[in-house]
Design a protein around this ligand. Structure first.
Ligand code: CAA
Length: 283
């Protein structure tokens, strides 16, 4: 099927990156968020990130202008009914995502593919709350979206082959590489990454190392671009905790128990870079 118009729900960290790469690849993008202020901030950030690519010689100034011209913000979710592919990139909370699908589904065209950028929640369960489980997929980007090469594609139990192939074609047009994952808690990337981050928090909690020694050990000792605690701050500690809870509940194994220190930071509102405080202080 031919996808020309992409609707994105949520203009936060992931949603604005997804809008950025879709527009650059030539899709018309309708970016939805509940507030006009959030939309304005997201489009300003896309402008800044595109400019960064112009300055580094990755794209031309004309490509930047064309891409920006392809993005329109709307606070009216029902407008996304006019798109061919919807990528939901709202908060990583199942109740929020289901409420969005319930509001959106009555306005969708029959052919529209509905996807979620969820990093851990069951695709099969989300799909079952829509009118189109066969046209529902997991479409999971990595942060920062314009830089990271991977998209995880996750089929729910009912996802049909044409839907999978259409999403694969979108990933290829974005210039990215797809990894196909089965629908089990946290899929591939977060099934492996989050226990590592959680273990780094335990390492801190138990006093094995300081924040800087844990991060230097992993950066210099294993060639990771960021240490695990720096990466946790970058992803958001609330997101890390939400994913650990999905693993813990979904796989019912104590090895996925979230570290109490991670829980405490989230309870304090120390969520990492976005609140200017996490394992590091960004104030
Ligand atoms: N938009 C566009 N370009 C961007 C960008 C953005 N938002 N952020 C960074 N860049 C570009 C820079 O312009 C630069 O480009 P060049 O290579 O052309 O110079 C390049 O990315 C590197 O950026 P910097 O030089 O500013 O900084 P850096 O070298 O320290 O790299 C980083 C930054 C790319 C974020 C790197 O530290 C990194 O790869 N970190 C690990 C990120 C990671 O693991 N992400 C996955 C998280 S897990 C996830 O997302 C899944 C989930 O569900 C939680």
């Amino acid at each position: 099927m031919d996808i020309a118009k992409v609707g994105i729900v949520g203009a936060g960290q992931m949603g604005n990156g997804i809008a950025h790469v879709c527009a650059l690849a030539g899709y018309d993008v309708l970016l939805n968020d509940i507030s006009d202020d959030a939309l304005r901030a997201a489009i300003a950030l896309i402008d800044k990130n595109l400019e960064r690519q112009v300055q580094r010689g990755k794209i031309g100034a004309d490509e930047k202008a064309t891409a920006l011209g392809r993005i329109r913000g709307t606070s009216d979710l029902t407008e996304l009914g006019q798109t061919d592919l919807v990528i939901e990139a709202a908060t990583e909370r199942e109740t929020v995502k289901i409420a969005i699908f319930e509001d959106l589904v009555p306005h969708l065209q029959p052919h529209t593919i509905l996807t979620s950028n969820t990093s851990s929640i069951s695709i099969t369960r989300l799909a079952s709350r829509t009118d189109r489980p066969e046209k529902f997929m997991g479409f999971h980007f990595m942060n920062p979206v314009p830089v990271m090469q991977l998209v995880e594609l996750i089929r729910g139990i009912a996802t049909d082959e044409p839907t999978y192939q259409a999403c694969l074609a979108v990933v290829e047009r974005l210039g990215k590489t797809a990894a196909s994952a089965e629908d089990f808690p946290a899929f591939i990337v977060n099934r492996i990454l989050m226990p590592m981050i959680n273990e780094a928090v335990y390492t801190l909690y138990e006093g094995v190392g300081s924040v800087s020694s844990i991060d230097s050990a992993m950066k210099l000792g294993t060639n990771h671009p960021m240490g695990p605690l720096e990466l946790a701050d970058f992803i958001g500690l609330d997101t890390c905790l939400a994913i650990m809870n999905v693993l813990h509940e979904g796989l019912a194994d104590t090895k996925y128990r979230p570290c109490p220190l991670l829980t405490k930071y989230v309870e304090a509102g120390w969520l990492g870079r976005k609140t200017k405080r996490g394992f590091y202080d960004y104030r």
